[in-house]
Design a protein around this ligand. Structure first.
Ligand code: ADP
Ligand code: ASP
Ligand code: MG
Length: 387
């Protein structure tokens, strides 16, 4: 019997009507004879709403308690989907990440999957049931409930597919991975196929259609990811091992970044403070004698107290944490191609601005700029490089 793991994201289960349509789609697949394991995200904006609730109680909520709070979102959708399937006459059972055997590190809010022990999932699939697993969550060896970082349900799906030797289908509100976010760049086109490396770079640069850790997991386990639209047709993007050929894979936008600019002498102290706050930092090209770090804020729940501490304790610290983001061009050979850097800088110049910082990596060139300029910059860069 062929086995498949299907993941449905927040927008696919936003409300009872959509949840019932997902149930009907899953039921159809089960009736066609496949063993079906479904991973669900929290309904709609539930995770954001729960985070806002916590922030009303504390500006810097303890990460352990945030994980206890946020995992409730996925628990609601897993139970409702199981109820909906049983209502359709399909046998189903829901499991939390812990029950499904998703074993993670202890790092609350950014845990990594160490191992999957899907004993109960396998047993119930063998009984013919559809198994629904709450995405984005796991349990540490110390029996603490953890979350995998924003967008982490994708990682749950890939990890389960690897453990069950199943296919992996990730359903969202877009028909695959495009050359830019189609909501921002109307002319973006779907890529039929991307290599793991291209997709990882796109995801890290802000293309949230697939989660970066999920793609890394797929690469190391050799699982192909099929990204499709939940309520759309058969179009898809397949992410799998590919031969690197020179091309631009896409343009990505990251809205939540902080730039931390400090005297180079303060490096050890600043890195220690960022790491204690679980804030991931990337070193950028800076002025002589200065150290410039870009901090991705998505999984840093409480940057304001950290920024205040940096300003207080590090003389000469300059921190831009509000209204800063980045536009990245991803592709094989882009860092070595002057026209990519020229397109990024030129697009900003056409808006009367200059990059706050520039960085290039093996598969990417990034400019940092004010958030209000990012969408126009992405559209202009896409027009110049992709059309
Ligand atoms: P889900 O809730 O199903 O996990 P997400 O909201 O996480 O879905 O991801 C889907 C969204 O990703 C789309 O609505 C789209 O706006 C955004 N997106 C960003 N970059 C891209 C891209 N390159 N291709 C497709 N979608 C993208
Ligand atoms: N619900 C979580 C989030 O909003 C996980 C996910 O959607 O994948 O980040
Ligand atoms: Mg997502």
């Amino acid at each position: 019997m062929a086995a498949v793991v299907q993941k449905y994201g927040g927008s696919s289960v936003a409300g009872v009507e959509k949840l019932k349509r997902v149930a009907a789609k899953v039921a159809e697949r089960r009736r066609a004879g496949d063993a079906v394991c479904v991973v669900v995200s929290a309904m709609g904006d539930t995770t954001d709403d729960l985070l806002k609730l916590a922030k009303q109680v504390s500006p810097d909520p303890p990460r352990r308690e945030l994980d206890m709070l946020l995992t409730a979102g996925e628990r609601i959708s897993m139970a409702l989907l199981s109820i909906a399937l049983q209502e359709l006459g399909v046998e189903a059972i829901s499991f939390t990440g812990s029950q499904a055997g998703i074993i993670t590190t202890d790092a609350h809010a950014t845990a990594r999957i160490l191992e999957v022990r899907p004993v109960r999932v396998r047993e119930e699939l063998e009984r013919g049931k559809v198994v629904i697993v709450a995405g984005f969550q796991g349990v540490s060896e110390r029996k603490e409930i953890t979350t995998l970082g924003r967008g982490g349900s994708d990682t749950t799906a890939v990890a389960l597919a690897a453990a069950l030797a199943a296919d992996c289908e990730i359903y969202s509100d877009v028909a695959g991975v495009f050359t830019a976010d189609p909501r921002v760049v109307p002319g973006a086109r779907r890529q039929d196929e991307l290599s793991y490396e291209e997709m990882q770079a796109l995801a890290r640069a802000g293309a949230k259609v697939l989660n970066a850790q999920a793609v890394e997991f797929a690469r190391t386990t050799g699982i192909a990811i099929r990204a499709r639209s939940t309520f759309g047709g058969a179009e898809e993007t397949v992410v799998r091992a590919g031969r690197g050929h020179e091309r631009i894979a896409g343009v990505a936008v990251e809205k939540e970044v902080a730039l931390v600019d400090v005297p180079a002498g303060a490096e050890a102290r600043v890195l220690a403070m960022l790491s204690a706050a679980h804030a991931p930092a990337t070193r950028l090209e800076g002025a002589p004698g200065r150290l410039v770090l870009a901090v991705a804020l998505e999984n840093v729940h409480g940057f304001e107290p950290l920024a205040a501490a940096l300003r207080r304790e590090v003389a000469g610290a300059r921190i831009a944490a509000d209204g800063v983001g980045a536009v990245t061009v991803v592709g094989t050979g882009v860092a070595a191609t002057p026209r990519v850097r020229e397109a990024l800088v030129g697009a900003l110049a056409s808006l009367g601005a200059a990059p706050l910082a520039i960085e290039s990596g093996p598969l990417e060139v990034t400019v940092y700029a004010e958030t209000r300029l990012l969408a126009d910059t992405a559209r202009e860069v896409h027009r110049r490089l992709i059309g």
